[in-house]
Design a protein around this ligand. Structure first.
Ligand SMILES: [Zn+2]
Length: 445
């Protein structure tokens, strides 16, 4: 079930095929040949040479994550492109967008080419390079967006380093509009968040640590709206939305940006910081129960269309510095699907197709990918998972080098059984294939 770009036909039989992009939700078969989907349905094409029995399983498009920190280059003690993309595959993802806070940053054609070369050399799933909005993430000089687009960047972002002035934000959006790129915005008013290691509230006061003002996200969103005075929708996507106020603001912004939230904001509140310390410290921070409920409602009404992990691995010794000193971020690729199933699908808040849309068709559309669909001629990037089977989160068994998760020890639904990238089974039968997928994983599918 592994290896070369196969000219034999593979049948995936008897699974519940769920494809929110095409509306399919039925028990049927999917046929794969030459890296693409060649047929969907019970009518078998001739010459099937290999079969995956998917009965009892869900067969859906490979998951697409628009917000991942792969750390390479410069942070290889935290994660590498190889380990990060293996973690992605293990979690059911076949495409990840790599955030630009690396050293060096992808702020020019040379660095983008270098990162794409590393992806070709060591990645296990497809990787889109997201260009850095400012040179060296210095927040002073906007990078050459046109050069980044030419070099193959799929988007531009100021993640972790919100652009400081209205003029910069306006110019960034105008350049993206001209180039047909999306700008992924980090919404944090740093005057309000300065020094805060978690959400400011009862829990931060009880723990005796500095909190971030609850309005930091809202003020930043106001600043982004203020930066767009052109007609129509801004080429803007809001990263890691975390507050009720932020969700309400986006709901009331006619022709506003798209937005993502992360599984941890849907599953946890600031109370988790008291229990998990630095492994529940991320930016933006876990908020209150009211915020958590508001984010779920925003997913239900479409105000938030995308779930992205903000996978942010750190070395154990970095997280061991304690809540006040540890760096922000948690890993997420290997738990995202299961947390979404546990928090949204099992309680009936979203149907399975609705939940999968936020992880497949919606992020693929944002990035302009031909992925996220089970359709004839689409790339055969597929996920097969057992929705009923449960597993216990053991961080020491992660493919990621990061162990920093607040979900350690949780028993969660949803076991990834097989992952296909460009028709090649890169993971199946509980192990990785010996070879990486035989396609250029750095090009936009
Ligand atoms: Zn991030």
């Amino acid at each position: 079930m592994t290896g070369m770009l196969s000219e034999t036909t593979l049948a995936i039989r008897g699974g519940r095929v769920v494809c929110p992009g095409t509306g399919i939700d039925e028990i049927t078969d999917v046929y794969v040949r030459g890296g693409a989907i060649v047929a969907v349905g019970l009518e078998s094409p001739p010459a099937v040479e290999a079969v995956i029995d998917a009965s009892g399983m869900v067969v859906c498009p490979g998951l697409v994550d628009v917000h991942v920190h792969l750390r390479e280059p410069g942070g290889e003690h935290k994660e590498t492109i190889e380990t990060g993309t293996r973690a992605a595959v293990r979690g059911g993802f076949t495409w990840v967008g790599a955030m630009p806070n690396t050293t060096p940053a992808p702020d020019c054609a040379e660095t983008v080419a270098d990162i794409r070369g590393r992806v070709r050399h060591s990645a296990w799933c497809r990787v889109g390079v997201i260009g850095a909005a400012t040179v060296g993430n210095d927040r002073a000089t906007l990078s050459d967006f046109a050069a980044l687009a030419d070099a193959g960047c799929v988007a531009i972002s100021d993640d972790a380093f919100m652009l400081r002035t209205r003029e910069q934000r306006r110019e960034a959006l105008l350049r993206c509009a001209e180039l047909g790129l999306v700008f992924i915005a980090h919404a944090e008013d740093e005057e309000l968040s300065a020094g805060g290691v978690m959400h400011e509230g009862e829990v931060s006061r009880a723990l005796g640590v500095a909190g971030q003002h609850p309005e930091t996200e809202l003020r930043a969103l106001e600043a982004w709206r203020d930066a767009w005075d052109e007609p129509g929708r801004p080429p803007l996507h809001i990263a890691h939305l975390s507050t009720a106020a932020g969700a309400a603001f986006l709901r009331d912004w006619p022709d506003g940006p798209s937005a993502e939230t992360a599984p941890h904001y849907l599953a946890l509140t600031d109370r988790a910081v008291a229990e998990h310390g630095a492994n529940a410290r991320m930016n933006p921070p876990l908020r209150t129960e009211e915020d958590r409920q508001a984010l779920i409602n925003a997913l239900r009404d479409g105000t938030i269309g995308i779930i992205a992990t903000d996978h942010a691995p750190h070395a154990p010794e970095e997280k061991a510095r304690g809540l006040a000193e540890a760096p922000f971020g948690i890993v997420g690729l290997e738990t995202a699907l299961s947390v979404v199933l546990a928090e949204l699908v099992e309680p009936g808040l979203l149907s399975l197709p609705e939940a999968l849309r936020t992880l497949t068709a919606a992020p693929a559309a944002l990035m302009g990918l031909r992925l996220g669909r089970i359709d004839v001629e689409a790339p055969a990037d597929l996920l097969i998972f057992d929705p009923a089977a449960r597993w216990t989160v053991e961080p020491e068994r992660f493919e990621s080098m990061g162990r920093n998760t607040p979900f350690a020890g949780c028993e969660l639904p949803g076991v990834v059984e097989a992952v296909l990238v460009a028709g090649a089974t890169v993971y199946g039968d509980g192990r990785f294939a010996p070879d990486r997928p035989p396609v250029d994983l750095s090009t936009r599918p």
